[in-house]
Structure formats: structure tokens, C-alpha cells
Design a protein. Structure first.
Length: 414
């Protein structure tokens, strides 16, 4: 397919936007030029000709010469207005805004089909890892059995430092100083960002469209020093894992939870701001992808890749969404978990289908066991201060025992 010349309207000129401008300027072989750049602050010094800049979105969205909008702003609602208006005009769009994409995916799918524009967003999931295109083009949803991974570089950096002995606050400050975490880190550390990314993975892996707030989610802020002691005693690490598993009935169980990982699991060696995804397929068995997931360069790399792909008329086909029988999100499933708590916030063992092991002392307590997602969400202690819930690694000693038939074990065999 012949290469199409792209004339770009760029929204945002932060570290990623400026990097993309420089790459396109230095690599004319990409066949893409930036015609206009929309910014918020006209007085800030910028490393590009002044005549390129404007504060008026209309100057980009109404310009007939611009055939590709690249949206790189951090305001999800403003990005929504830009992207939907561009798609309604039949233009093509590249975006890295996972919150916008995850929350509004059904509408964005409709606008692409109705008006003929396309939307690419590889940079929205796992930075430099080309996962969405692989899911679209390589994995048939009947063959893909599971995805488990570290999809947020900020939290993985924090957890890596905590594993070395830093406390949470010190690790967070370090991540912020290095530019891996925002000044307000809530979206990252409470698991919202990972849930946004998991919802996009579900759409491209199995054709499941789900709002991120409907996913089982807990971030890393509840992990206690005692939980790290437990992990070190076992020789495990703790990661924030986005996990989806295809069940025997065709449904998919999905969650974002802290998870213990043992040596031998490829995720065990994913450190700092790196992301990693473990995929299991019926035919190809286990495949692992890893790359940087936080920072300006991984994001810029993925955005430039989308621009290049669009120059050859690439678009997501969403074939799995269009099949007559698509997979559904499992309404309930079972988890094997470790629950840590203190004397002021006791956790009743009666909520669990089976308790594997338990420990109690004056300093605190924990037990491991099996619980349904529905029971976990209904439990008041699930969100109580001083209570941590961490998924057990598959094959951990605590779970090597005869157990009742499970609805779905939310873990990938590794």
C-alpha cells in the first residue's frame, strides 16, 4: 500500500508533543509534517517556530489541509471534545489518552464507523510495547486464553523501590522527582490507570467493551510493611497486575489487584518503570512482551509508530467486536488471595470459600484463602483502613491442596 502524506494538527506541546515534533522534523521519510500546534499558554517559550502555535482549537479542526489530529493533552474532557469533533469531520486521530478512550470507547467506535475516520492509540497502553496491534492482528479470540501484566510504570517503579526497603512515601517522592509519577498520583496508585488500560486490552483481545469502574480494582496504597515481610520470607515480589482469564464457559474474568509473583514468572523480573505482559494462547502457549511504560520517550515512540501506520492507511478493524458471538465479562469468579489486617480491623473467615493458612499476633494478622469476587466486593472490610488484599501467585505452596471446583481461578499458569 502506498504511503499517504499526512498533515498534522498537534494538540499539546509538552515533553511528548515536543519530542514528536522534533522526530517528524528530523525524519522527512515518515511523510508527515506538523502544520499547526494548539497550546494552552501562549507565553511559554517553545522550541518551534512561533507561527505554528495557536490557542484556538478551531484553527486546527477547521483547517481543510489537516488530515490527522494528534491529541496529547492531559485533560480527558477537553481531549474528548477534540477527538469526537475530529472524528465527526471524518478526520483520522492518534491519541495517548487512556482515560478518554476507556470511558468513551462505545461512542468512539460509533463515530469511526459512522463518519469514516480512524482512531489509533497504541501509546495509551504499555508505552513502548506494541500490544494492541498484536492483539488485533495476531491473536484470534478463540485461541487467546489469558493476559496478565504490569501495565503502569509509575506503580511498578514505586513497588520496585519498596522491595529494596524504601517506605511508600519515599518511593513515591522518588518516582515523582524522576517524572514517572504525577504530582497528584491518585490515578496511578489507586489502580485507575491500570483499569483504563485493562478495559482497552479486553476490547482488542476478546471484543469486550466494559467501563473501567466496573472492573474489580485495588491499587497499591494499602500494602503494609508486614505484607512486604511476608513476600520477602517467601522469596516473592509484589506487583500491581492487570489480569484477564478466559474461562471454560467462554466468559472472561478480569481484575486489577496487587499480586505476589514468584521466581519463574516473567513478571518477577520486570522492574522500575518497565511494563510486562504475559499472554497465553491455546496454540502458541506462553509469550512475554516487555518494555518501558513510563516516561516521555516510550510514549513518543508509540505515537510516532501510530502516525507511521496511519500513513499506510492502517486502522483497527475491531473484528472481535463485530463477531456474532463475542465473549462476555464473567459476573463472578474466584480469587486466591492473601489478606493482611490489624486487630482494629478484623476480617471474618466466614466470607471465604476456603481458608488455606492463617497467622495472628499482637502486631497483626493475615490469612490466605479462596474468595469469590462478588463476596469480596460486598465485604465492608475490603475498603477498610489497615486491610490489604493481594492475589496469590499461581502454584504457591498455600494453594497446593485439594480444593472444590473453581468457577474461574484468576491467575495465569506460568
Amino acid at each position: 500500500m502506498s504511503q499517504q502524506k499526512l498533515t498534522i494538527g498537534l494538540f499539546g506541546f509538552g515533553v511528548v508533543g515536543e519530542g514528536i515534533y522534533q522526530v517528524l522534523h528530523e525524519l522527512p521519510s515518515l511523510g508527515a509534517t506538523v502544520r499547526r500546534i494548539c497550546i494552552r499558554d501562549p507565553h511559554k517559550p517553545r522550541n518551534a517556530p512561533a507561527e505554528l502555535f495557536t490557542t484556538r482549537a478551531d484553527e486546527l479542526l477547521n483547517d481543510p489541509e489537516i488530515n490527522l489530529i494528534v491529541e496529547l493533552i492531559d485533560d480527558a474532557e477537553a481531549a474528548y471534545a477534540i477527538v469526537t469533533r475530529a472524528l465527526r469531520s471524518g478526520r483520522h486521530v492518534v491519541s495517548a489518552n487512556k482515560a478518554l478512550l476507556a470511558r468513551h470507547l462505545p461512542e468512539l467506535l460509533y463515530l469511526q464507523q459512522e463518519y469514516g475516520g480512524s482512531l489509533l492509540y497504541e501509546a495509551a497502553v504499555c508505552g513502548s510495547i506494541p500490544i494492541l496491534r498484536n492483539l488485533e492482528e495476531y491473536y484470534d479470540n478463540d485461541l487467546l486464553q489469558g493476559i496478565s501484566g504490569i501495565v503502569n510504570g509509575s506503580t511498578n517503579y514505586i513497588l520496585t523501590q519498596q522491595a529494596k526497603g524504601l517506605d511508600y512515601d519515599a518511593a513515591l517522592r522518588q518516582a515523582q522527582q524522576l517524572g514517572f509519577a504525577e504530582s497528584n498520583p491518585t490515578l496511578d496508585v489507586e489502580g485507575h490507570d491500570a483499569a483504563n488500560k485493562l478495559s482497552l486490552l479486553l476490547a482488542h483481545a476478546w471484543g469486550i467493551v466494559v467501563q473501567p469502574h466496573n472492573l474489580l480494582r485495588q491499587g497499591i496504597t494499602r500494602i503494609r510493611p508486614e505484607d512486604w515481610d511476608y513476600a520477602r520470607e517467601k522469596g516473592w515480589r509484589i506487583v500491581l497486575a492487570a489480569t484477564a482469564l478466559r474461562n471454560a464457559d467462554g466468559s472472561v474474568s478480569a481484575s486489577v489487584l496487587p499480586r505476589f509473583v514468584a521466581p519463574g514468572n516473567p513478571l518477577f523480573d520486570v522492574r522500575d518503570e518497565y511494563n510486562g505482559l504475559l499472554l497465553r494462547s491455546r496454540l502458541s502457549d506462553r509469550q512475554f512482551l516487555s518494555g518501558k511504560g513510563a516516561g516521555r520517550f516510550p510514549t513518543a515512540s508509540a505515537v510516532v509508530s501510530d502516525i507511521s501506520a496511519r500513513s499506510y492507511q492502517y486502522k483497527y478493524e475491531y473484528k472481535k467486536l463485530r463477531r456474532s458471538e463475542t465473549a462476555q465479562l464473567a459476573p463472578d469468579f474466584e480469587l486466591e488471595v492473601y489478606v493482611g489486617f490489624d486487630a482494629d480491623n478484623p476480617v471474618p473467615e466466614s466470607d471465604f470459600g476456603e481458608v488455606y493458612s492463617s497467622y495472628r499476633s499482637e502486631e497483626g494478622a493475615y490469612f490466605t484463602g479462596r474468595i469469590s469476587a462478588r463476596a469480596l466486593l460486598a465485604a465492608a472490610w475490603w475498603q477498610a483502613p489497615g486491610v490489604s488484599v493481594i492475589a496469590l501467585p499461581e502454584g504457591a505452596p498455600a494453594s497446593r491442596r485439594p480444593a472444590p471446583v473453581r468457577k474461574a481461578a484468576l491467575a495465569l499458569a506460568v
